[in-house]
Design a protein around this ligand. Sequence first.
Ligand SMILES: [Zn+2]
Length: 403
Amino acid sequence: MKTERLYYTDAYRTAFDAQVLACAPRAPSTPGAPTAYAVELAASAFYPTSGGQPFDTGTLGDARVVDVIDEGDGRVVHVTDRALGPGTVVAGTVDWARRLEHMQQHTGQHVLSAAFEALFSNRTESFHLGADSCSIDLAGEVSAQDVSRAIDEANRIVWEDRPVTVRFVSEQEAASLPLRKEPARGGTLRLVEVADYDLSACGGTHVARTGAIGIIAASGWEKFRGGSRLQFLCGVRVRRRFDLWRDALAATMTHLSVAPEELAAGVERLQTENKLAQRALRTVQEKLAGYEARALVARGTRVGSRLVIVEARPDLDAVALKAMAVAAATEPGAAVALFSATSPSLVVVACGQGAGVDAGAMLKALVAQFGGKGGGKPDLAQGGGLQGSSDALVAAARELLSR
Ligand SMILES: [Zn+2]
């Protein structure tokens, strides 16, 4: 049986009594979830997910309403956390804060879409009301200036506090009316009118006067499918976002000691300084590698004419490992294998003049033994992902270089 939709004629009604027509257990949405029930009522003020607007939450007697579904055949199904006796009359209560938030976004969307239409003949193709933000997809591209003008225009309509009314018309009547958008379905149509500004066929819930939208703000836009996707917020969501951005901005301003309008330049300056500092650090590291390489050479062991240098270094990253191995390999006869002391391990093999060792072949032998990957040339090879303790890696490399 069809559900009488109380929100159609009164979007401000949050309390109602209705007879339970049916109640049946419902397959849980995820395995192991508690049993839910599908409840049908003779009448309901609960809005079911449809037309881009999410469902209402609230209670039916002692049961919590966790989802509301439009079955498409005139029935509205309430998903509850407990069973309700068919034939009984229950008191329904709709969560007003959530509903008003949705009404603000939805009515704001009508006004904003109408503004893009009026100013730029830019049609709204679709509307999405998400948990945090809303978006409309516009047929045409928009510039920052277009968005600014449309937002100004939409807020003018908001602040003129125009009435928003609902009426029902036949398909034939609708055909002669200047609807903003071609209706998606036939039969009796529900029209929502923002006085002298917008007329649309819509089944959603709307505020009674545009002033209740509060304010409309655009939070971002991008090119999308030949047109554009515009993110926007209305009413309570603008206030919430303002707080979020205020706190983020305040924290950043404190870190940088700048005013909001100097923030972007401040971050850019910081990035430049960081780049220069990185470069200076690299120069110092290279010099240090030279000194450390000398110490490394001093700790090497002679095997015939070859100088074997093998160590695991907890203090060096990949770049520093390589710099130091290359510097140590300038010593005649030096065969160097340096490992990071991480797990898995990085390795650099560098071989100097007269070492009589192929660094690439040495790396292959290590990878064959410890896994990982890498490669290189006879004088320099690098690898990573070697599985083994530092002691095992060092011992194996020492053995290979002492042959
Ligand atoms: Zn609507």
